[in-house]
Design a protein around this ligand. Structure first.
Ligand SMILES: NC(=O)c1ccc[n+]([C@@H]2O[C@H](COP(=O)([O-])OP(=O)(O)OC[C@H]3O[C@@H](n4cnc5c(N)ncnc54)[C@H](OP(=O)(O)O)[C@@H]3O)[C@@H](O)[C@H]2O)c1
Length: 214
């Protein structure tokens, strides 16, 4: 059976995976770029955006696993964009431009379905309403035997963890305090008992935690 994986998911010390007040200009709300500074300097991040160079230390070694063996992604509607409620702007196709970084089918969870959009480079956005189990079954089928990545945001990852559907969780603990936003861990008391947990500290100041099914 293919695995369900989360990669490069950044949380603040107080557990927030995004800040408050998301907008077109600020995808992470008042958190700005602070959750992902560790990522921007890596070779992996630069390659994802068609750029050369970048660092190859601990952060890059951890970040690199993001794409290997992934055949589909599931993301929440608020990761896809800042619109809420019924879609007003069908021209909006995510933050990632005409050739998004995914290059696979992407299932966007929403209670407001809209037609599928095919982007350049193999990314197709499907807008789906369903339980985590139901949407995962569709994503698995589309992934053709490869693994499925849960791309965020925090409430989507939390729902898949609550349903015990995640096999591999890579969380990057960033030494900032956001104070407000959307928290990852709420309602997941005792989660650590379901996983083998490893930690790697990086000179950049972040700690990479991996939760893997034993
Ligand atoms: N820290 C990181 O590494 C990281 C990674 C990715 C994203 N992010 C950030 O996380 C934020 C988004 O996270 P979030 O927790 O606010 O929201 P989210 O998980 O992206 O999306 C939640 C929304 O998805 C829809 N949804 C969720 N489950 C559903 C289901 N089972 N069926 C139908 N629709 C469902 C609902 O939207 P509707 O009811 O409105 O349709 C819900 O409000 C953004 O700021 C993004 O930039 C952070």
């Amino acid at each position: 059976m293919s695995l369900v994986r989360v990669h490069n998911f950044s949380v603040s010390l107080d557990g927030y995976g995004t800040g408050e007040g998301q907008s077109l200009e600020s995808p992470f709300g008042h958190a700005g770029e602070r959750l992902h500074r560790w990522f921007f300097h890596t070779r992996t991040f630069r390659a994802m955006h068609g750029e050369e160079g970048g660092e190859t230390g601990v952060d890059d070694a951890m970040a690199r696993a993001w794409g290997d063996g992934i055949g589909a992604e599931i993301m929440g509607r608020n990761k896809f964009g800042p619109q809420r409620g019924p879609w007003q702007d069908h021209e909006w196709n995510g933050w990632w431009g005409p050739d998004p970084v995914f290059h696979t089918p992407v299932f966007v969870l929403t209670h407001h379905p809209r037609p599928t959009v095919e982007m350049a480079g193999g990314t197709t956005f499907h807008f789906v309403d369903g339980s985590p189990h139901e949407v995962l079954a569709r994503a698995r089928e589309a992934a053709g035997g490869l693994d499925v990545r849960i791309g965020g945001g925090p409430s989507t990852i939390r729902a898949f963890l609550a349903a015990d559907l995640v096999d591999h969780l890579h969380v990057v603990v960033v030494p900032i305090l956001l104070g407000r936003g959307e928290r990852l861990w709420d309602g997941l008391e005792g989660l650590e008992e379901r996983f083998r947990i490893e930690a790697v500290s990086s000179p950049s100041g972040v700690t990479h935690l991996t939760f893997t099914r034993p």
